[in-house]
Design a binder for this molecule. Structure first.
Ligand code: 13P
Ligand code: SF4
Length: 317
């Protein structure tokens, strides 16, 4: 690209001048991750955004993440380098669909994945991320019905772990994770009998991974269903020489940094999120120079969603 060699220094200088903290999700381009003040999964980044003393948050991630930061910190300026960086999973339920679903289940507790719009969060009791979804649902009294949305694979995982019958799951999915399929995972697990498997619970193949573990085709202790942050913790503790990674390919960068001695391989090397990759060094520079794209959340919606997001950052600390 036409980037100047000193672009990263310029990013840091501009960020200092704006009193901005730079946050990058684990799926961002490696050069964006490397220039950020903090990298992490969606829960860790929400917590950092809530606690930061900086007056501006620059969110290198997708739109719902920046919106979540704005809901938590309405007095801060929140910038995203490209406001068009959406999320196919967040698009898989609208607020009208959620209202209709709630009307069918009066009294049910609504648990929304953080991958949702601010309007959906305003109709939600508790938000969760992939790293605390099990704890969030477990915190709801057993007699209460639960509506879990929008991810069917994460929902199925939580239901399986908690054996909870009164939990209804929306049929949404992330196009990137749904495309990492069980047949590919099974073939690779068979070809690499010593490898561990790190599988994100949004994957369509999470069920296959557990099936492999259940049949003994892969030893159960080699199969781990983890959020992106959980994968990094597991990498630091792992004694394996190779790990098959079922999630978005941006994850490999932090995994290789966390455990350089391990051979990390993507189960599907085309599993790249086009929204995450819309955040480029050029757009990050533009964001800092021009103060755009600023993220606004209607204050009334934000006020209605704030309690649900706060409960999310408190559960599983
Ligand atoms: P986590 O980083 O919370 O595991 O989320 C994955 C994801 O798909 C975010 O878009
Ligand atoms: Fe959304 Fe999937 Fe991209 Fe994550 S990887 S931002 S869930 S589309």
């Amino acid at each position: 690209s036409g980037l100047e060699p000193g672009w990263a220094d310029e990013v840091r200088a501009l960020a200092r001048r704006r009193d901005a903290v730079l946050l990058a999700h684990n799926y961002q381009l490696p050069e964006i991750q490397d220039v950020a003040d903090h990298t992490g999964d969606s829960l860790a980044l929400s917590r950092i955004a809530a606690e930061s003393q900086a007056s501006t948050i620059v969110f290198c991630g997708v739109h719902f993440m920046a919106e979540t930061a704005k809901i938590l910190s309405p007095g801060k300026t929140v910038l995203i380098p490209d406001a068009a960086a959406g999320c196919s999973l967040a698009d898989s339920i609208t607020v009208d669909q959620l209202r209709a679903w709630k009307a069918e289940h009066p009294g049910a507790v609504v648990v929304s994945y953080v991958n949702t719009t601010a309007a959906v969060k305003a109709e939600t009791d508790i938000c969760c991320t992939s790293s605390n979804a099990v704890e969030v649902v477990a915190s709801i009294p057993a007699g209460k019905e639960v509506l879990f949305l929008p991810d069917q694979f994460l929902g199925a995982h939580v239901r399986r772990v908690l054996q909870r019958e009164n939990m209804h799951v929306w049929a949404g999915e992330c196009h990137v994770h749904a495309g990492i399929n069980g047949a590919t995972l099974t073939a690779q697990a068979e070809a690499n009998p010593d490898a561990e498997l790190f599988v994100h619970p949004e994957c369509g193949c999470a069920t296959s991974a557990l099936y492999l573990a259940g049949t003994g085709a892969v030893p159960a202790d080699r199969v781990k269903i983890l959020s992106t942050g959980g994968m990094l913790d597991a990498a630091r503790e792992s004694r394996a020489s190779s790990v098959l990674v079922a999630t978005e390919v941006g994850m490999l960068h932090q995994l290789r940094r966390a455990a350089p001695e391990i051979d990390f391989r993507a189960v599907n090397d085309r599993a790249s999120c086009r929204y995450m990759k819309m955040i480029t060094p050029e757009k990050l520079l533009r964001a800092l120079r021009e103060g755009r794209d600023e993220v606004h959340v209607d204050p009334e919606l934000a006020a209605r969603g704030r309690a649900a997001v706060r409960r999310m950052i408190e559960i599983g600390q």
